[in-house]
Design a protein around this ligand. Sequence first.
Ligand code: FMN
Length: 350
Amino acid sequence: MKIEHHNSQIDKTSSRKKDHIDLCVEENVTFREKTTRLERYELLHNALPELNLEDVDPSVPFLGKVCATPLIINSMTGGYDEAERINRELAEVCEETKIALGLGSQRQAIESDRFHESWRAARRAAPSIPMFGNIGAPEVAKGIATDKILELIDLIEADGFAIHLNALQELIQPEGEPRFRGVLNGIERLVRKLPVPLIVKEVGAGLSADVVRRLLDVGVRHIDISGAGGTSWSGVELLRSLDREINDPFWDWGIPTADALIAARPLCEENDALLIASGGIATSRDVPISIALGAHMVASARPMLKTLMEHGQRQLADFLQNWERHLRFTMFLVGATNIVSLRNASVREI
Ligand SMILES: Cc1cc2nc3c(=O)[nH]c(=O)nc-3n(C[C@H](O)[C@H](O)[C@H](O)COP(=O)(O)O)c2cc1C
C-alpha cells in the first residue's frame, strides 16, 4: 500500500489516521506468535442450570446508560475525510444493537475544526448509546488543558473519556513521541476535573497489575487492559516505518489479554472499578470467557473495522447479533441469568 507524505501537523495527523485504517484492513497486523491466552480457559458446563433460556438477561449498565450486551466497539478513528463515514456506520450499528462505542483519538480535533464532523456524525447516528472520546498519553504528558478536553467531550456529548497509553506505539511510530514523563499526574488531574468518567486504556500491549494499581491509586475507576494477542500496534507502525530491522523484535511485545485480565481483577474488585477486556477479542467465545475471568465489559476494535469495511453494516450487525446469541447460550449453559452471575461462573484452565 502507498503511504503519502504531508507537511503541516494537521495533514500529518489526518494522513496517519488514514494509514492506520488502511493497514488494519489490508494487512495482517495481528501478533505473530503470541495469543490472548483466552483459548486456554473454558467455562464449566452446568447440567442443572435451573433457568429457562428466556430468563437470561445480558444487559449491563455502562457510563450511566444501559447496553443490551456488555460489548463495546473500541476506539478507532476520526480526523480525516473517510473517518466520518466509518464512525457514522459504526455508530448506526451500535445504536441498532444497543452496544457502546469508543471513538478514535481526537488529537486532530484540537489541531483544527476541519474534520469535526467525523466525530459529531457518530453521536448524531447513535443518540442513545454510551459513547466515549479519546486522547493519547503524549497529549496528557504535555499538560493538555482541561478546557480542551471539555470541548472534545462536548463535540460528541460523550458519556466518558478515554486516555490511551501507547508507549510501544509511540516508540515505533516514525513520527512518534515517546515522552511519557508526567502522564500519571495528568491523569490524576483529569480524573478529578472531568464531568464524565475517565477510562484509561492500553492499545494492545496490556496493563500490568502494577500499572492498574497506580491508576486506581490516583482515582481511575474505568480500566481497559487492552492486552496482547490481537492487533499489534508495533506491527502497524513497523509497516509504516523504514527502521524495520531493529524494531521487529517488538512486534509481539506485550501482556496477553487473559493474563492482564486475571491480574487486574482483584485490584478492580477491591476498588469497585469497572474492568474492560480488550485486545484480540475476535470470536464470540472470547466474550463470555473474558467476563468469567473478571471483565464487566468486552471491547473489540480491528475485527469490527474489518467486518464493516469488507462486508458492510448489515454483516457487522449480524456478526454482533451472533455474539449476543453465543453469550446468551453460554449464560444458559452455566446457569447465569445475568452478567453479575456470569462473572462468578466457574472457569477451568485447559
Ligand atoms: C484502526 C485502528 C485505530 C485505532 N486507533 C485508536 C485510537 O485512536 N485510540 C485508542 O485508544 N485506541 C486505538 N486503537 C486501539 C484499539 O482501541 C484497541 O485497543 C487495540 O486495537 C486492540 O484491540 P483489537 O485487537 O480488538 O484491535 C485503534 C485500533 C485500530 C484497529
